[in-house]
Ligand binder design. Structure first.
Ligand code: KIV
Length: 299
């Protein structure tokens, strides 16, 4: 170890890894060389390899293109668009029309990422036929590669019919925001009975043919047990470090969300400040007469 490294081991390991980068696995979901759209088969293979992978939400073409170019392999057009994009208080009011339009935008903005669209509240609870009609619309009209729905045992007939019809399904357990009016926003699966029910739900989703399972706001130990028990990948949000993948709501991740954000989220940028500063600078230049300048002007 160099003297510099002895003083700062973190710096040495960063520069070592720059000098001899780990060769990227060409098959990797993140960092791989493939340029075609990610498929459910590649997602299944990642679990077998033990590869951890990232998923982000996206609600528009431009942001989706940034995440796609960054190599994020799966983008979720979550019904979190309700509170994060459309100005609703919860996910509950989101409609099929809104989901179809924004999902199509995300698909148009991407080349490689698998795009998964949420089935919004009220679009599948009536039964499997309603679920098939609405999922088919998102596949045909918006061009997404898969749909997500909440619930394990309670959504079994819907998942079975969608999968039998050739539509890949991602399930969602734990805190299921469409049930906010009954569950509230709190950790799910605490206590033996609730933990056993969550395990039963997870198995039910897998047996019905779901290709992946989101676990939201559940104790890390339970998420780890579910992850070990399933052959399909788990995607955690507020579910600790031992799930196969991690998802964040992108507006939380980039610091756009105003006010309090959940403890499980991590802010990797301060976009609220960046956008606010840009808007103020623009306003000051307009009011001060320094924008537009000659180079912005046509004659
Ligand atoms: O709608 C959403 O963004 C979600 C994620 C929290 C998984 O369901």
């Amino acid at each position: 170890m160099t003297l510099q490294a002895a003083q700062n081991p973190a710096r040495e390991s960063a520069s070592e890894s720059q000098n001899s980068p780990r060769p990227a696995d060409p098959k990797a979901l993140y960092g791989g060389t493939g340029t075609r759209r990610i498929t459910v088969h590649q997602i299944a293979a990642a679990k077998e390899r033990g590869e951890k992978w990232p998923m982000l939400t996206a609600y528009d073409a431009m942001t989706a293109s940034v995440f796609d170019e960054a190599g994020v392999p799966v983008l979720l057009v979550g019904d979190s668009m309700g509170n994060c994009h459309l100005g609703y208080e919860t996910t509950v009011p989101v409609t099929m029309d809104e989901m179809a339009v924004l999902s199509a935008a995300v698909v148009r903005g991407t080349r490689r990422a698998m795009v998964v669209a949420d089935l919004p509240f009220g679009s599948y609870q009536e039964g499997p036929v309603q679920a098939l009609r609405n999922a088919t619309r998102l596949i045909k009209e918006s061009g997404v590669g898969a749909v997500k729905l909440e619930g394990g045992e309670r959504s079994l007939p819907q998942t079975e019919l969608l999968v039998a019809s050739g539509i890949p399904v991602m399930s969602h357990l734990g805190l299921t925001p469409q049930s906010v009016n009954t569950l509230g926003y709190r950790v799910q699966g605490r206590g033996d009975e609730a933990a056993h029910q969550l395990l039963r739900d997870a198995k039910a989703a897998q047996d019905a043919g779901a290709f992946a399972l989101v676990l939201e706001l559940v104790p890390a130990e339970l998420a780890a047990e579910v992850t070990r028990s399933l052959s399909i990948p788990t995607i955690g949000i507020g579910a600790g470090p031992d799930t196969d993948a991690q998802v964040l709501v992108y507006t939380d991740m980039v610091g756009l969300t105003g006010g309090k954000v959940p403890r499980f989220t991590k802010q990797y940028a301060d976009m609220r400040r960046v956008l606010g500063d840009a808007a103020k600078e623009f306003a000051e230049e307009v009011t001060g007469g320094t924008f537009p300048r000659e180079e912005h002007t046509f004659h």
